[in-house]
Design a protein around this ligand. Structure first.
Ligand code: SF4
Ligand code: MG
Length: 314
């Protein structure tokens, strides 16, 4: 039941009204240990807000995040800090968490310092270990962020996220800013680290083509809500929601004989301030019926582990 509504005055200067940006508007899902859970949708659908809600960087308007059976909202500030050790983030912009004035050694050991872990010497050694884990070397510890490529910076960010031995790593568009050839390297690195460190990932992307190389289960988001959720096979082989189908049909064909039909969407993503009535997707859905303009479909199971929110599948 997770919701985050930002009052409009926070986002638009000089406007005060009761309207709100419904960035995340009632979301439910489970995350299983050891899996990679993909969250996919167009930019502006609430994915990053959802990521920040999960590790309590922002507080929900309503709803809860339970981690190992504990409601994170009920923890004290001190307990939250300690819980956050277990849930780390890697952001889209590789520069976002790398202060350009600090050496890599400082940047990777900073989380250890904040949490008072190890002596200075132990932390130095840990940085070297972490760098080698992500395919870099001790030599890089003495350099500054600007001396690295985007892909290397993302490796450094991953090393930093691993410093505290997290259980969960939330990757918010971790490869979107990188060249396609580098994307595959970073995804392969994430896969290897997952096995090595027993990690659980939440992998956020606007691109179903990227997600397919790493995710076990996928949730498709549209305007703050999950419209379809299922396993990798269910989403890719048997998508049910017209929006999922449209996202999939935008992936380039593998061969000229690929007879996949294309679903083309009308218009742009509507504003989350005043989302359309009924099914949020009706303004762009090629199958919209009269009912879709009035009533909101709910997420319903169509198969074991596969749920969809669409009147065509009731
Ligand atoms: Fe399209 Fe209606 Fe299904 Fe919404 S409920 S996705 S508008 S058919
Ligand atoms: Mg985002």
């Amino acid at each position: 039941g997770l919701k985050k509504h930002f009052p409009i005055a926070d986002t638009v200067p000089f406007k005060s009204s009761k309207m709100a940006v419904k960035a995340v508007d009632g979301i439910d899902f489970d995350l299983y240990k050891g899996e990679t859970f993909g969250i996919v949708g167009e930019s502006g659908c609430g994915k990053s807000t959802l990521a920040r809600l999960i590790n309590q960087l922002i507080t929900p308007t309503s709803g809860t995040v339970n981690f190992n059976g504990v409601d994170l909202a009920k923890l004290s500030q001190k307990e939250i800090r300690s819980a956050r050790k277990s849930i780390q983030m890697v952001f889209q912009n590789p520069d976002a968490s790398l202060d350009p004035r600090k050496k890599i050694d400082y940047l990777i050991s900073e989380p250890l310092k904040i949490h008072n872990i190890g002596t200075k010497e132990e932390r130095k050694q840990k940085v070297v270990d972490l760098l080698s884990t992500v395919g870099m070397s001790a030599y890089h510890a003495e350099r500054y962020p600007h001396e690295f490529s985007g892909g290397q910076k993302q490796r450094i960010n991953i090393a930093r996220a691993l410093a505290l031995n997290p259980d969960v790593v939330i990757c918010d568009e971790p490869v979107s800013a990188l060249d396609v050839s580098i994307q595959a390297q970073v995804i392969n690195l994430l896969k290897r680290l997952q096995k090595e460190f027993d990690l659980t990932y939440i992998f956020i992307s606007h691109d179903l083509n990227v997600v397919r190389y790493i995710c076990d289960r996928i949730a498709v988001m549209y305007l703050g809500r999950i419209v379809e959720i299922g396993t990798f096979d269910q989403i890719y082989q048997n998508p049910k929601h017209p929006y999922t189908k449209a996202l999939l049909s935008a992936i380039p064909k593998e061969s000229p004989f690929d007879k996949k039909e294309r679903t083309v969407l009308n218009g742009d993503l509507p504003s989350p301030v005043n989302p359309p009535n009924g099914c949020h997707f009706h303004t762009r859905c090629p199958f919209a019926m009269e009912k879709c303009k009035q009533e909101s479909p709910i997420l319903q199971s169509v198969n074991q582990g596969h749920s969809v929110s669409c009147f065509l599948h009731e």
